[in-house]
Design a protein around this ligand. Structure first.
Ligand code: 6GU
Length: 261
């Protein structure tokens, strides 16, 4: 996959593109990320990329000519062109999945008070990452690149993207734990220490439902629960354990205490 980012501030990407999973994905050839400085496409002597709003008002507006020239320098028949602006439609996991299947994604970062509105005719969609205003699209573009690249085959282990929040039927990911087993009196749940995979899977799913009900009930609005899930919800409400959890805990009882010493 290739991603071209059109920006007035290419230096903002230096650490981002050289670190962690993004850096590794680039060096492994999983993704090619190209930075295009919009200012390089200004024909003006002073390299001007902005001007006063026609009709009056505060601030400066990005000019069309450098933007369109920069876009044309990278655009091919296979390009999908995204303009980043707070007025766009909300970005979410679904959009990340969609972008991860594109051959060439072009991301245009707006800056200053805005972009000449006529530029919208040159793009496929306008996207915002949330209801707040950033000084420019650069941080938003990093959010998008990060969330798309990690979905590309080979970027991270496959299991990490299958189980995670927003892919499993709109449930949040279940809580996870690592060592030590007891920290400042707080223990990891006993069921995770039983070694009973069936019971652990059941518990994980129940905890995912519990967390989603508590934190993101909006994700569950159109959900139809199956029989097992309804049983889990009842157990969440009553605090009762399922037979499968009880059996796992009973069988492990003789060694569970050893973990906590
Ligand atoms: Cl994509 N751009 C700007 N400037 N502000 C934002 C945004 C984008 N998404 C949320 N706020």
């Amino acid at each position: 996959m290739k991603i071209s980012i059109l920006t007035l501030f290419p230096e903002m990407y230096e650490n981002f593109l050289n670190s962690s999973i993004i850096g590794r994905s680039i060096s492994r050839g999983i993704v090619d990320i190209e930075l295009v400085n919009i200012r390089d496409f200004s024909k003006d002597k002073t390299k001007r990329v902005d001007d006063r709003p026609i009709g009056g008002g505060a601030g400066l507006i990005m000019k069309l000519e450098p933007l369109v020239a920069a876009l044309r320098s990278v655009k091919t028949k296979e390009s999908h062109i995204v303009l980043l602006a707070p007025t766009g439609k909300h970005y979410a996991h679904e959009t990340a999945c969609d972008y991860s299947s594109k051959k060439h994604l072009i991301i245009v970062c707006g800056h200053y008070e805005g972009i000449d509105f006529r530029f919208e005719k040159y793009v496929d969609e306008i996207v915002s990452i949330g209801d707040y205003v950033l000084t420019g699209g650069e941080l938003a573009s990093m959010v998008i690149v990060d969330s798309v690249v990690r979905l590309l085959p080979g970027a991270i282990s496959e299991e990490s993207t299958v189980d995670e929040s927003f892919t499993d039927e709109n449930l949040l990911e279940y809580p996870q734990y690592t060592f030590p087993i007891v920290f400042e009196g707080k223990s990891v749940p006993n069921i995770l220490l039983t070694g009973n995979h069936e019971a652990v899977d059941y518990y994980h799913k129940k905890q995912a439902i519990k967390l989603t009900i508590e934190r993101r009930p909006d994700l569950l609005k159109n959900r139809v629960w199956n029989e097992v899930e309804r049983k889990m919800i009842n157990e969440i409400k009553t605090g009762e354990l399922s037979a499968i959890e009880k059996t796992a805990l009973d069988n492990a009882a003789r060694f569970l205490h050893k973990y906590k010493e």
